[in-house]
Design a protein around this ligand. Structure first.
Ligand code: PLP
Length: 488
C-alpha cells in the first residue's frame, strides 16, 4: 500500500493496520507486533508507529494489554458499525398457526439489542457493573449454602429475597406489598408468560400498547391469545379505545412507555383502573426500566394504588443489574398469588438458590443501592453527551421525548420527515437506529415519526462520537423541515 501524495507516515501506518484487520489478516484477539518491530519493518521511527497505535486504540481497533503487548480488539468497531436491525413485530391480531409460528420466530430470534451498539444499546452497562462486589456476594452466598436452603424449592422464591424486593418497591415505587404477594421469576418475559397461562382464559383477547414491546406480543401469541393494538398518545394508552374491545387483560408500561418514553398521565391511570375494575379485567404493569430516573423522583407505579386488586406488577433485576442474571419478580393481586405460584412450580419449580442468596447479599449490604446511584449518574452523563451533540446541530429539547428515565429516549423527527429514510441515512453513516415504526402494529400513520436512541450500554466516547455522526447524517432531513426564511 503506497504512501499517498501528502499522506503522513503515521496515517500510512494506521491504514496498513486497519487494512490488515479489515481483510482478516489480523483477527480479533490476535497479538499485534510491537511498535519497535513495526518501526524497523517499515523503516520509520517508533514514535510514528506509537501515534498510529494511539489512534487505533481510541477508535477501538487495538487494545493495549498490561504486560502482554497489544491485541486486536474483540469486538471490532465494525461489529457495531454494521449491525443489522431486525426487531420484528407480529402485525395482526388473530391466532392462526402462521402467526403463532411468526411469534415463535420473534421469541427465538437473536436479540438485535446489544451492548456497545450505537444506538440500539437499550441495555444496562455491563462494563460499569461492580463485578468484584457481585463476586464477593456469590462467595458469601456459597458459604450460606446449607442443607435447609439447598432443599428449598419454594416457587415463590426465598423469603429473604421477597422481603428485600418489598423494601425496594416501597421506597422506589411507592408500592406497599407483603412478601407473600411476591413471586420470584427469571425476568419480565417469564412473568408475562405465567400471567398469560393463568390469569386469562385460553384464546382470550389481550390489549397491547401500539407502538409497544414486541416481546410481550410474541409471548401472548405463543399462548394463542388474540391481541388488539391500542394507540399510545402523549398521555399513554388510549383507554377510550381500550373500552371498545373485549380485552380480558391489558399490558402497559406506564412509567416509561416502551418505546415512546411517555409517562402515563394521572387521569389515564385513573381511567385505566376504572376500566379494569368495571370489566373485571387485569392490568399487567411492566416496570422494566424505572430504576433509572434522571430528572425527578420516579413517578409512583400504577400498582401503588390498586384498591380493586386488578394490577399485576412485574420488574426485573436483568434490567437494573445485568441481563444474564435472569431474576425478576411479580407482585400479584391476592386472587392470583396461588395460581401464579402453582404455574411457576409446575413449569420451572423455582429460581436457583445460589443466585437468590447472592442477590439477597447484594441488596442487604447496600451494594444494590450504591449500584443504582452510580449507574444513574453514568447513564445521565451519557444521555447528556448525546443531547449536547444533537443540540449543537440544531435539535431542540422538545425533540427529545421520554428522556427522563431508562435506557433510551426518542428523537422526534420533524413532521413530514420519512422515518425510514432517517434510519437509512443513519445506517449509511455507520449508526444503527430503530424507528418508532418498527415497534408499531398499525399502518395508519400513527404514531409521529421518531428514532429510538438507546445510549446506556455505550462508552461515553461512543455516545458522543456516534451522536455527532447521527446528527450529521440527519442534517439534510432536519434542514429540509426548517421554515424557509423570508430574507431581509
Ligand atoms: C419493555 C420491556 N419489558 C421487558 C423486557 C424483558 O425483561 P427481562 O429480561 O427481565 O425478561 C424488555 C426487554 O428486554 C423490554 O424492553
Amino acid at each position: 500500500m503506497p504512501l499517498q501524495p501528502g499522506e503522513r507516515k503515521q496515517q500510512w501506518v494506521y491504514r496498513q493496520i486497519v487494512s490488515a484487520i479489515e481483510s482478516g489478516l489480523l483477527r480479533p484477539g490476535d497479538s499485534v507486533p510491537s511498535t519497535r518491530e513495526l518501526a524497523a519493518r517499515w523503516g520509520t521511527s517508533r514514535g510514528v508507529v506509537e501515534v498510529a497505535f494511539e489512534k487505533l486504540g481510541e477508535e477501538g481497533y487495538l487494545q493495549a494489554m498490561a504486560g502482554k503487548g497489544t491485541r486486536v480488539n474483540d469486538p471490532l468497531p465494525s461489529g457495531f458499525l454494521l449491525a443489522q436491525v431486525s426487531d420484528v413485530l407480529p402485525r395482526t391480531s388473530a391466532d392462526s398457526p402462521e402467526e403463532v409460528a411468526e411469534a415463535a420466530d420473534v421469541a427465538t430470534a437473536p436479540n438485535p439489542v446489544r451492548v456497545r451498539q450505537p444506538f440500539i444499546a437499550r441495555l444496562p452497562d455491563i462494563d460499569g457493573f461492580d463485578i468484584k462486589g457481585w463476586r464477593e456476594c456469590i462467595a458469601r452466598a456459597a458459604r450460606l449454602l446449607e442443607p435447609d436452603v439447598m432443599g428449598d424449592t419454594d416457587p415463590h422464591g426465598l423469603p429473604a429475597l421477597r422481603a428485600e424486593i418489598c423494601k425496594h418497591l416501597a421506597a422506589s415505587r411507592a408500592i406497599q406489598c407483603s412478601p407473600d404477594q411476591v413471586i420470584v421469576v427469571t425476568g419480565i418475559r417469564h412473568a408475562i408468560d405465567l400471567v398469560a397461562k393463568v390469569a386469562i382464559p385460553q384464546s382470550a383477547t389481550v390489549a397491547l400498547e401500539d407502538p409497544g414491546y414486541a416481546g410481550a406480543a410474541a409471548i401472548f401469541h405463543l399462548r394463542r391469545c388474540a391481541t388488539v393494538a391500542i394507540s399510545v398518545d402523549e398521555k399513554g394508552i388510549d383507554v377510550a379505545q381500550l373500552a371498545s374491545t373485549q380485552a380480558s387483560l391489558v399490558y402497559v408500561t406506564p412509567a416509561h412507555q416502551a418505546p415512546t418514553g411517555v409517562v402515563m398521565s394521572a387521569d389515564r391511570r385513573e381511567e385505566l383502573r376504572a376500566w379494569a375494575a368495571a370489566r373485571g379485567a387485569w392490568i399487567l404493569e411492566d416496570d422494566y426500566d424505572s430504576d433509572f430516573s434522571y430528572e425527578t423522583a420516579p413517578p409512583p407505579a400504577l400498582k401503588s394504588h390498586d384498591p380493586a386488586g386488578r394490577i399485576i406488577f412485574c420488574g426485573s433485576f436483568n434490567k437494573s443489574l445485568f441481563p444474564g442474571l435472569r431474576i425478576g419478580y411479580i407482585v400479584a393481586p391476592p386472587a392470583l398469588v396461588t395460581p401464579l405460584a402453582n404455574a411457576r412450580a409446575i413449569t420451572g419449580r423455582a429460581n436457583p438458590v445460589l443466585d437468590q442468596l447472592a442477590l439477597i447479599e447484594f441488596m442487604r449490604s447496600g451494594a444494590f443501592l450504591r449500584h443504582l446511584k452510580r449507574t444513574r449518574q453514568t447513564y445521565r452523563t451519557r444521555r447528556d453527551l448525546v443531547f449536547h451533540e444533537l443540540r449543537a446541530c440544531g435539535w431542540r429539547d422538545e425533540d427529545f421525548q421520554g428522556a427522563h428515565a431508562g435506557f433510551h429516549f426518542v428523537l422526534l423527527l420533524p413532521s413530514g420527515v420519512d422515518e425510514t429514510e432517517a434510519c437509512l441515512l443513519s445506517k449509511d453513516a455507520g449508526v444503527v437506529v430503530q424507528g418508532i415504526k418498527a415497534f408499531s402494529r398499525s399502518t395508519n400513520g400513527h404514531p409521529p415519526p421518531g428514532l429510538v436512541i438507546g445510549y446506556t450500554a455505550l462508552t461515553d466516547s461512543q455516545a458522543k462520537w456516534f451522536a455527532r455522526k447521527l446528527a450529521l447524517a440527519l442534517e439534510p432531513l432536519r434542514r429540509q423541515s426548517e421554515p424557509v426564511s423570508s430574507g431581509a
